[in-house]
Design a protein. Structure first.
Length: 105
């Protein structure tokens, strides 16, 4: 018998021989978990791209190579455009939740 204060962190994980339909009650539950993880992953990728673009810009400007500086500007611009797309999709999901009363996220 386990002590009352013991915390089993693995008891809520859904690992093992379960199939996907056994792990999630509805397709909506799977989509909700998937969307949360996608938004988190997109934020981490944005952070990495902004750091990479900023460092590349600093290195390119310091070495006097305009081609590297332009490539860094493109990387930063594209990562911010991607962030805008992700933010807009999150905003649209929030509007859908408000209009329909469905809980997506």
């Amino acid at each position: 018998m386990k002590p009352a204060y013991a915390l089993d962190i693995f008891e809520n994980l859904r690992w093992g021989p379960k199939t996907l339909p056994q792990s999630f009650d509805t397709p909506g539950a799977f989509i909700s978990i998937l969307l949360k993880n996608v938004f988190t992953l997109a934020g981490l990728i944005l952070l990495v791209l902004l750091i990479f673009g900023g460092l590349t810009f600093i290195i390119g400007a310091g070495s006097g190579d305009p081609k590297k500086a332009e490539q860094a500007k493109t990387t930063i611009t594209n990562s911010l455009i991607g962030f805008l797309i992700i933010f807009t999709s999150y905003f649209i999901i929030q509007i859908i939740e408000l209009l329909t009363g469905l809980f997506i996220l």
